[in-house]
Design a protein around this ligand. Structure first.
Ligand SMILES: Nc1ncnc2c1ncn2[C@@H]1O[C@H](COP(=O)(O)OP(=O)(O)O)[C@@H](O)[C@H]1O
Ligand SMILES: [Mg+2]
Length: 162
């Protein structure tokens, strides 16, 4: 797919398809569009604010009523201690939406993925391969592709302390 706007819109479709909690891994080289997709997810969930890349903070959190989304970027993480500091174990909560860039650097401490997205840079375009790893992941992928989400409805979105 070509263009960051297309990636944003694809992400928004995924955001609208999110219902129960989910763990999504985003793999692929720097510049492949992982953060752009998560930005779209947040837009699809109704978040209208600025979406910072968690490049330096490692994690950014967002609240949607009772639900939370954590956006992680583990590119710069150093070792398991920093993962502890991140409270990686709290991420294993079935009510959370976790979107993790560079999950392979999570030293085995991230919850297992429901959905794995692999991004490939093919300038000027991008390619994403999606793999569902659980029943929940298959449902999510299905809802994403068919547009059968819950919709953004009356969700209230705000930035959470991360
Ligand atoms: N589908 C796309 N086609 C063209 N450019 C894109 C696409 N998706 C993202 N980009 C651009 O690629 C650059 C890197 O995107 P980013 O999401 O930060 O990558 P990553 O998080 O994988 O490192 C940004 O300038 C973004 O606008
Ligand atoms: Mg990124």
């Amino acid at each position: 797919m070509a263009g960051a706007a297309v990636m944003d819109s694809l992400g928004a479709d995924l955001g609208r398809a999110l219902t129960g909690g989910a763990v999504v891994y985003l793999q692929g080289e720097l510049g492949a569009g992982k953060t752009t997709l998560v930005r779209g997810v947040l837009h699809g969930l109704g978040f209208a604010g600025h979406v910072r890349s968690p490049t330096y903070t490692l994690v950014e959190g967002y609240e949607f009523g009772a639900r939370r989304l954590y956006h992680l970027d583990l590119y710069r993480i150093r070792g398991a201690e920093e993962m502890e500091y991140l409270g990686a174990r709290d991420l294993d909560d079935s009510k959370l939406w976790v979107f993790a860039e560079w999950p392979e650097r999570g030293a085995g401490r991230l919850p297992a993925p429901d959905l794995l997205l692999n991004f490939e840079l093919r300038e000027p375009s991008r390619r994403i391969r999606a793999e569902a790893h659980t029943a929940r992941g298959r449902e999510l992928l299905q809802a994403w592709l068919t547009g059968e989400g819950r919709g953004k409805g009356s969700r209230q979105a705000k930035k959470a302390k991360s």
